[in-house]
Design a protein. Structure first.
Length: 69
């Protein structure tokens, strides 16, 4: 299950469409946090869910006023 603890993910800013690279630390379990888009400066809501059954890491991205992508 998630043999490597650090994973890179490419996500798209829901405000400006800029590609953002984030590092996911799978050892921290499920996560829910805000990050700032380096292109437009707006806050981006990032939710990370570890799916141990399928051995996947699910990353959802949204602004605070939008639904999940």
């Amino acid at each position: 299950m998630h043999a490597e603890k650090l994973h890179d993910a490419a996500v798209i800013c829901p405000h400006c469409g800029h590609h953002i690279h984030v590092t996911i630390d799978a050892s921290q379990g499920d996560q829910d946090y805000q990050d700032e888009c380096p292109a437009c400066g707006n806050d981006v809501h990032i939710e990370v869910t570890l799916d141990d059954v399928r051995d996947k890491i699910v990353v959802k991205i949204r602004s605070d006023d939008e639904n999940y992508y």
